[in-house]
Design a protein around this ligand. Structure first.
Ligand SMILES: Cc1cc2nc3c(=O)[nH]c(=O)nc-3n(C[C@H](O)[C@H](O)[C@H](O)COP(=O)(O)OP(=O)(O)OC[C@H]3O[C@@H](n4cnc5c(N)ncnc54)[C@H](O)[C@@H]3O)c2cc1C
Length: 495
């Protein structure tokens, strides 16, 4: 059997690509290496609490907003229960002992911060306008313009997030508050493009939602739709090799079991470097391979998955972004900064929840800090690793207690993940949180075309253009447009 399209990797990018192509009549097969589908959409359950691992909240999901259009098109709205984050404080920033709430909606956002920065209301309005301008001028928000290299034309790719914020306000504290969401894109001062910051800030500012009881429901819904369209999804199917014919085109993939699967076209949802490593006998030039091999990655993270005692911790319908010791939100991470910032999100288990069952505390961590245990299996990394991670966990718990006094007494137990865990479960390079690091100094180098040097091989996923639910869905549309054209996709979105 020869499939029209074989998709390697069943993360959000692979699943959305397979959804689009199968909806348009192509015979599609998704191959996912893990037992559980979804990549960063995977969840796990400990002590009766279900935890998200890579999707904690999603923006612009109100009717009329962009993500709502995408979710409608992807048939996700009926299957994916959503819970709105507090409109008056979807994010709470705790910066060196002071607290700032960010409210939803452009006006709400300005008003919520103008209270803490009374002299800066005009700066805040300028910021919100700039964010909207960049987002609205972006092909992400003008689907009809998407295609080719138009995503590279935004001027905001060539100046940094901090330059953007400095251009609207001279107030240093306000600059830090506006950059509070840097962990959502692993932002780095002088490097992360203003574009990356603006697209994400704009989406969450419009509206912000949690998925109720686990983001894995997104993967399950997409799988069901793909199957309904006649496509196939296989798990425990690790691709070890892309096999090329004499003309250089990919003709098949080989699974770790030795099984050979043939296709007309192939989409890779895994890191382009990992794809090229598996591409045998191709005509790809070394210069391209080297460019891809040298793409820098975003920083990785450690996550504490906390389980609370029953009815002990009131559900917090806001995300906390905590900064200590005057750390700059865009400070490039190094181990001496461990615990100087973190994100904290309660797990949403049901709508109108009174008490939280669990929460995730996410802090930057460098792969190099745990590299000595690379190659060990999850749960069997040895005493040295366990001791190191436990010591790091205690640092974070102490910080958490500083911002929410008494909370640690309500913790029943916790699990810890490290960059190695992400590497194991998603095969991301060095456990990078968001794949390739975007760099305003070389935007053309750090944004990758979905088209490859091989005419029937395409890339998709967070590494090509942008990460997150928004970036990956737009990337998948772009990838599929290379196969079936843009109009057949765009015309059906929003209807
Ligand atoms: C801690 C954390 C928190 C996050 N929070 C949010 C959030 O709140 N909101 C948001 O929008 N985004 C968030 N993100 C980002 C978002 O999760 C990702 O950008 C997105 O899910 C990536 O999707 P993807 O398809 O590109 O890659 P992945 O999810 O990594 O999928 C790649 C898939 O390919 C599979 N694979 C790899 N190698 C092979 C192989 N050889 N053969 C077969 N299959 C293979 C992997 O197992 C995986 O399933 C977060 C990320 C992290 C790490």
């Amino acid at each position: 059997m020869k499939f029209d399209v074989v998709v390697v990797g069943g993360g959000l990018g692979g699943l959305v690509s397979a959804y689009i192509l199968s909806k348009n009549g192509l015979g599609v097969l998704v191959l996912e290496k893990n037992r559980q589908l979804g990549g960063c959409l995977q969840t796990f359950t400990r002590g009766g609490v279900k935890f998200d691992t890579g999707i904690h909240y999603i923006g612009s999901l109100e009717p009329g907003q962009l993500m709502h259009q995408f979710f409608t098109y992807l048939n996700l709205l009926d299957d994916v229960p959503l819970s709105r984050l507090d409109s008056n404080a979807y994010d709470i920033v705790m910066l060196n002992g002071k607290t700032y709430s960010l409210a939803s909606g452009y006006d709400g956002f300005v008003q919520s911060l103008a209270g803490g920065f009374p002299g800066q209301a005009a700066d805040l309005r300028r910021y919100v306008q700039k964010i909207q301008q960049i987002a609205n001028a972006s092909p992400l928000y003008n689907l009809s313009k998407l295609g080719g290299t138009t995503f590279l034309q935004s001027e905001a790719l060539s100046y940094s997030a901090d330059e953007l914020v400095a251009s609207v306000t001279a107030n240093g504290t306000l600059q830090s508050v506006l950059l509070d969401n840097a962990p959502l894109y692993a932002g780095v001062r002088g490097i992360t493009p203003a574009y990356t910051h603006a697209i994400i800030a704009n989406s969450y500012m419009q509206s912000a939602f949690r998925v109720v009881n686990g983001s894995d429901v997104i993967a399950q819904s997409l799988r069901s739709s793909i199957q309904r369209h006649g496509g196939m999804v296989r798990t425990n199917a690790q691709v070890n090799e892309f096999v090329c014919a004499a003309d250089g085109r990919v003709e098949a993939v080989l699974l770790s079991s030795g099984e050979r699967i043939e296709g007309q076209r192939f989409i890779s949802n895994i890191h382009p470097y990992e794809t090229l490593v598996r591409l045998k006998n191709s005509h790809i030039r070394n210069a391209y391979r080297e460019r891809i091999a040298q793409l820098p990655s975003t920083i990785s993270c450690m996550v504490l998955y906390l389980r609370f005692k029953p009815n002990a911790v009131p559900y917090l319908n806001s995300n906390l972004f905590c900064y200590f010791d005057n750390i700059d939100p865009l400070q490039p991470y190094s181990p001496e900064h461990f615990g100087h910032s973190f994100m904290f999100m309660h797990q949403c288990s049901e709508i109108n929840q009174r008490y939280a069952l669990g929460a995730s505390l996410i802090a930057y961590m460098d792969y190099a800090e745990v590299q000595q245990w690379a190659g060990t299996a999850v749960g069997h990394r040895g005493a040295g690793y366990a001791e190191f991670m436990e010591q790091r966990a205690q640092v974070l718990l102490q910080r958490l207690e500083e911002v929410i006094p008494g909370i640690t007494a309500q913790i029943e137990g916790y699990d810890i993940s490290s960059p190695l865990t992400y590497q194991n479960y998603t095969a991301t390079r060095r456990g990078a949180m968001y794949g390739v690091l975007r760099d305003k100094r070389s935007p053309l180098q750090s944004f990758i075309s979905p088209r490859t040097k091989i005419p029937n091989l395409f890339f998709t996923g967070q590494n090509i253009q942008a990460h997150g639910v928004l970036g990956v869905i737009v990337g998948a549309i772009h990838t599929c447009s290379e196969i079936i054209g843009l109009s057949s996709i765009i015309e059906r979105i929003g209807r």
